[in-house]
Design a protein around this ligand. Sequence first.
Ligand SMILES: CC/C=C\C/C=C\CCC/C=C/CC(=O)SCCNC(=O)CCNC(=O)[C@H](O)C(C)(C)COP(=O)(O)OP(=O)(O)OC[C@H]1O[C@@H](n2cnc3c(N)ncnc32)[C@H](O)[C@@H]1OP(=O)(O)O
Length: 286
Amino acid sequence: MLRRYISYTTNKFTNCRHVSQSMLQSTVDEKSGIATVTMNKPPVNSLNLEFLEEIITLLNKLQKDKVRGMILTSGLQKVFCAGLDIKELYKPNPDRLTKFWTTLQDTWLSLYTTSFPTVSVINGHSPAGGCMLAMSCDYRVMVGQNYRIGFNEAKLGIFAPKWFQNTIIAVIGQRKAEVSLTTGKMYTTDEALQIGLVDETCADADSALKKGTHFLNNFQNISPWAYKMTKDINRQSTIQWLIDNKQKDVDFTVEYMQSPGVQKNLELYLQSLKSLPPLKLISEIN
Ligand SMILES: CC/C=C\C/C=C\CCC/C=C/CC(=O)SCCNC(=O)CCNC(=O)[C@H](O)C(C)(C)COP(=O)(O)OP(=O)(O)OC[C@H]1O[C@@H](n2cnc3c(N)ncnc32)[C@H](O)[C@@H]1OP(=O)(O)O
């Protein structure tokens, strides 16, 4: 297990509080109370067990600190988040896979039900679980024209669980979600804006952070209680479904992922990741 550490410092010149874990950096602006959380797990911010555990720990901390909002972004050059770490799914140890999937459910529950508003600034490619991370925030701003976003699970020969699909339906609607999930299409920034996968686009990361802050400022005069109750009621059926079916979802996934057909598909996909030239894969799957 990676050595993990958390440190808290306050910078007296910028009035920002920094929380640094090994794969996540968080800076809270003292004046606005907005936390900027930067994912930094090279090469591609893939979601493995330890990374998910860090995300949950940080969300709990931000909740305890009563931040007013959070912006989630990436510190990497061209990837927001490459989705689930495929190494957690390929030739898995059943005990670890059980823990991984349970932690994934808990991460989603924590992020989807935060007591503070959340924005993702998508400053790089964002396939599958990476797109889901963005969908689980309240608002999305995508940067530039060079990146792709979408749900390419079908291209890996796997499918997204019900709670995952319902989260997408809540954002883009049933029909678009079905087409998007069954075709595995990866969208350009403009296409993503057009189908409602993202709320705004802009040329550079700085402007995207400003747009994110602008969205969070909408809540300055909204009671945190009214915000949280409204969000809970809106998202209740999907959240409740997962709470009621957590164990079933884990048992099914652990069995399904270990089946020979799924393992063969993942093996072929991992090989294609290695053999294709940089970024070819994402463009191939458009
Ligand atoms: C709150 C919870 C949120 C969400 C989750 C909820 C539910 C999830 C349930 C649904 C299931 C989802 C399934 C998935 O997410 S599977 C993952 C799908 N991801 C992909 O298909 C991305 C594949 N990667 C790429 O297309 C490119 O790597 C990318 C465009 C991202 C970056 O290209 P670049 O040229 O910059 O880098 P590469 O040379 O391709 O990669 C560098 C090394 O990283 C390895 N890699 C890439 N992606 C992954 C990954 N997802 N998992 C593990 N490893 C990955 C790649 O193999 C390279 O490795 P080395 O060759 O250097 O060893």
